[in-house]
Design a binder for this molecule. Structure first.
Ligand SMILES: [Zn+2]
Ligand SMILES: [Zn+2]
Ligand SMILES: [Zn+2]
Ligand SMILES: [Zn+2]
Length: 323
């Protein structure tokens, strides 16, 4: 239940928890429309000094922007429903005294306030709705390049699909994480991986050392694919993973076949098609997944200790765009 305290909300004013415990008469005006500029995601927040490495710093300046925005520091619990601890979002309801609950919990409370036992009817808490609608926070991936300022209660939604979410290095003992671009640099600079550039929809013939765990492929669109090679006593299991933080944007299929290098054995091969290449941030390492190609030992060229494979990756579609 502990929420990460927001970056980009430096101190100028304390707005401590007086939103839920002050007994105040019901002051809402039923039927009145809220006129809050709605909290869609905005880029850069309109404050000056917008770049300078990491969006969180944007608001640091003076706490007050050109368009009368202020920066505040506050206890995030004030913005959570006191029943379910989820971020409050409109419609927010309140009891006769003024204790606020989210609309889902209001339905479960049978019209009785869980704090003071007074009634919760249809009284909306418009003041708090305005507050949660106007509070914007920097994305947690601001230091990785995301410059979105997100309405408080939509932050989690955004981060589920934020394309700046980190990917992880799969090498044993390495804890590097970063954007896909910095991960690619890391592979090359730190682990001296070679990257094989390829074109979609075209087969590629490569050799993979029997004990070499990873081989990196980079598409024309700079998407990264990792061929994972797991050596077992019954052969080598090969699988392909697209390295990216979320499953969104283009989707890919793949075909992998392994052939014997010797001419007389050309007829022997194994083949596997994956209609949907798995995407992974590699958080938690590499997994074989549902689809993999099992290459039996007799297809490994003993003289070079290599498996010769044909790999083809197809770009299927551009699905939903990501935030
Ligand atoms: Zn709730
Ligand atoms: Zn109450
Ligand atoms: Zn983001
Ligand atoms: Zn690493």
């Amino acid at each position: 239940m502990v929420r990460r305290s927001g970056r980009g909300t430096p101190a100028t004013a304390e707005l401590g928890g007086h939103a839920t415990n002050t007994a105040s008469p019901p002051a809402e005006k039923p039927g009145q429309e809220r006129q809050v500029p709605m909290g869609e995601e905005t880029v850069g927040s309109g404050l000056q000094g917008g770049e300078g490495g990491g969006g969180a710093a944007e608001l640091d300046a003076a706490g007050r922007g050109a368009d009368l925005e202020i920066s505040v520091k506050m206890d995030p619990r004030v913005l959570e429903c006191s029943v379910c601890f989820e971020p409050l979002r409109p419609p927010i309801y309140q009891c006769e005294v003024g204790h606020a609950v989210c609309f889902i919990c209001r339905g479960k409370l049978c019209n009785t306030c869980h704090i003071c036992s007074r009634g919760i009817g249809n009284c909306r808490c418009f003041a708090l709705e305005q507050v949660v609608d106007t509070i914007k926070m920097a994305c947690s991936n601001a230091d990785l390049g995301c410059d979105k300022m997100i309405t408080y209660y939509l932050k989690e939604n955004h981060e589920i699909s934020c394309m700046y979410a980190p990917c992880f290095c799969p090498e044993d003992g390495c804890s590097f994480k970063g954007s896909t671009g910095s991960l690619l640099n890391h592979f090359v600079a730190k682990h001296e991986w070679s990257q094989t550039k390829f074109q979609y929809n075209k087969a590629l013939r490569i050799s993979v050392k029997r004990h070499s765990r990873f081989k990196l492929f980079v598409g024309e669109d700079m998407s990264m694919f990792l061929l994972v090679n797991i050596f077992t006593h019954i052969g080598n299991a090969l699988t392909l993973i697209c390295i990216r933080p979320h499953e969104c944007g283009s989707s890919y299929s793949s075909m992998i076949s392994a052939v014997h290098g010797a001419e007389e054995d050309r007829g022997r091969y194994v083949f596997q098609m994956d209609p949907h290449v798995t995407s992974s941030s590699l958080n938690g390492g590499v997994q074989l997944g549902k689809f993999f190609l099992m290459v039996p030992p007799y297809l490994v060229d003993e003289s070079t200790d290599e498996v010769t494979i044909n790999l083809r990756i197809d770009m299927k579609s551009s699905a939903s765009s990501c935030h």
